[in-house]
Design a protein around this ligand. Structure first.
Ligand code: F6P
Length: 557
């Protein structure tokens, strides 16, 4: 039986945090100068992730208050409820068991009287066998040629995870298979991604939890028509056979997959207890499994599991996702942070911030708690970011000298995927070291800044001294790992899943529903006939929408 949320703002810990905030004067310079143990005391290990919170605006007193808050809102009980399959997604009356997707085969997790782990591993085995056949060339298209391009068609969680992980794990790709991803209903997306493809060597993976998403089904139909048209040039091809050889599907709605014409034999299922934004580790990762192979995909899942275990078993005082989630609450609710930057010093992670936007903002962008009552404090900060060092030359100005607190997570790896050396000046310069010097320098500059005395001492003209002062005390978390392997990527994703969960528990929201995306979808269905010229539907729209549609109809050639 799911209990109502504890209102965090009524707890003693919240009162203590409010008092602490009143007299809070962060001073990272003296906190470090006076406390040689600060860096080691606030550095934690979770599996392969080395996480330094010492440049966050954290003190021992604050940490004690945040841990008390976690206890008083029942974080551990809620975590255990999630991990054991309680229906904590109350608005959809569902269990939340993405963590079951990465349990080892000998584990057991009983939901409604059935152990879900064997089903998870059966699906994985089916997906792995299929991926293996595509990789080896045994799976051929209708003309007998091997598959060279895999096109994932999906959107939201059925796209962002696979594309982010595909990009991140580029060094592990099969050398002869490229993946492409079609998500947007903007016809440009399908138009561009299909360009140049040979239908005979192209495989489509239609990924949709519900198999009813307008964008995905429209793009799947476009792809099917493109395939059949293009294959016609190869002579007499049976359409049903072509679809069977060139389309597979991933969904919880296998009946709808069959209605589309995809052979149920070539469909990979998952379960309603996996949210879309938590599904990259399910069969939604089929394109990724083809790209990196079953063994690497297994390592990816092991990475998630290592962090799940850490989250489940580590006392909160050392529990990295819990600590990072609690710190985020401190920043949002007590220091008025409205956004949170994620800055990977890894070009391979260039889609990671976009992936995290769905994970965090679809999960915690809520105004109502899981019992239907209004939230009692701000929720859901905006997550954003770009890889360093590109971001340094674009928006870091605002992080260094803007008026708002922007907590920032810096992510870096000790070993590069491409260890290039610049030899042009007669010296061997390891370019990864130049790169990492930037990573270390940025967090240092944000933490410690530059005083007006320092600026003056450099001979700076007085009238520009203030413009060149850096206040410091700008919070950062440094996350490092040995290398960006499939396992480490799984660990990073699971870390942010559990950070998101922790914040959701403190705020009392259902982090697993997404009702806020529905209204726009419904209206789009209603408005589409007006866009195509139905005057009576057009007249039912507000005057702004009417005139915008009129503009479109006048200009459209
Ligand atoms: O509209 C939001 C959403 O439901 C996401 O939560 C989900 O990841 C995405 O759409 C795609 O849904 P589906 O996998 O069912 O096509």
């Amino acid at each position: 039986m799911t209990r109502g949320p504890v209102d965090a703002t009524t707890t003693d810990a919240w009162k203590a945090l409010t008092e602490l905030r009143a007299g809070f004067e962060p001073d990272l310079r003296s906190w470090f100068a006076d406390d040689p143990g600060r860096a080691s005391r606030f550095t934690y290990q979770a599996a392969d992730l080395h996480v330094d919170l010492s440049k966050d605006l954290i003190t021992d007193d604050l940490l004690a208050c945040l841990l008390a808050l976690a206890e008083q809102v029942g974080l551990e009980a809620r975590r255990d409820a999630m991990l054991s399959g309680e229906r904590i997604n109350v608005t959809e009356d569902r269990a939340v068991l993405h963590t079951a997707l990465r349990l080892p085969a000998d584990a057991s997790l009983v939901l409604d009287g059935t152990d879900v782990v064997p089903g998870v591993h059966e699906t994985l085995a089916k997906m792995y066998a299929f991926a293996g056949r595509v990789r080896s060339g045994e799976w051929t298209g209708v003309t007998g040629e091997r598959i060279r391009t895999v096109v994932n068609i999906g959107i939201g969680g059925s796209d962002l995870g696979p594309v982010m992980a595909y990009e991140a794990l580029e060094p592990f790709h099969h050398p002869e298979i490229e993946c492409r991803f079609i998500s947007n209903i903007d016809p440009t997306d399908a138009g561009q991604k299909l360009k140049g493809l040979d239908p005979a060597t192209t495989l489509f993976v239609v990924s949709s939890k519900t198999f009813s998403t307008l964008e995905t089904l429209t793009n799947a139909r476009l792809a099917r028509a493109w395939l059949l048209d293009a294959l016609a040039e190869h002579g007499d091809v049976d359409p049903a056979d072509a679809v069977r050889k060139h389309f597979v599907a991933v969904s919880t709605a296998l009946d709808k997959v069959a209605d589309f014409g995809i052979d149920p034999e070539n469909a990979f299922g998952f379960w309603d207890w996996v949210g879309g934004r938590y599904s990259v580790d399910s069969a939604i990762g089929t394109s990724l499994a083809i790209a990196i192979g079953p063994e690497r995909f297994g390592e990816f899942l092991d990475g998630f599991h290592a962090i799940d275990k850490h989250f489940a078993e580590t006392p909160l005082a050392q529990n990295v996702p819990a600590l990072m989630g609690l710190l985020n609450v401190w920043y949002v609710n007590f220091l008025d942070a409205q956004t949170h930057a994620v800055l990977p010093y890894s070009q391979l992670l260039h889609r990671f911030p976009a992936y995290l936007q769905q994970l965090t903002m679809e999960s915690n962008g809520k105004s109502v708690r899981w019992d239907g009552t209004a939230v009692t404090t701000d929720t859901g900060e905006v997550f954003w970011g770009e890889p360093g060092t590109n971001g340094q030359h674009a928006f870091y100005q605002l992080i260094h000298q803007g008026t708002r607190v922007i907590p920032a997570d810096f992510i870096a790896f000790a070993n590069p995927a491409y260890p290039l050396v610049d030899t042009s000046d007669g010296q061997d310069v390891d370019v990864h070291e130049l790169f990492l010097a930037n990573f270390f320098a940025q967090t240092q500059a944000l933490a410690f800044g530059k005083t007006d005395e320092q600026v003056r001492a450099e001979g700076t003209p007085e009238h520009i001294v203030n413009a060149r002062v850096f206040s410091g005390n700008r919070p950062t978390t440094s996350i490092m790992a040995p290398a960006l392997t499939p396992g480490v990527l799984g660990q990073l994703i699971a870390l942010y899943e559990h950070i998101t969960f922790t914040q959701g528990v403190v705020w009392g929201v259902d982090s697993f529903d997404q009702w806020g995306v529905e209204l726009g979808k419904q209206l789009a269905q209603q408005i589409s006939s007006a866009v195509s010229g139905d005057a009576s539907t057009a007249r039912q729209q507000d005057t702004s929408t009417q005139s915008l549609i009129a503009y479109y109809r006048e200009k459209r050639q």
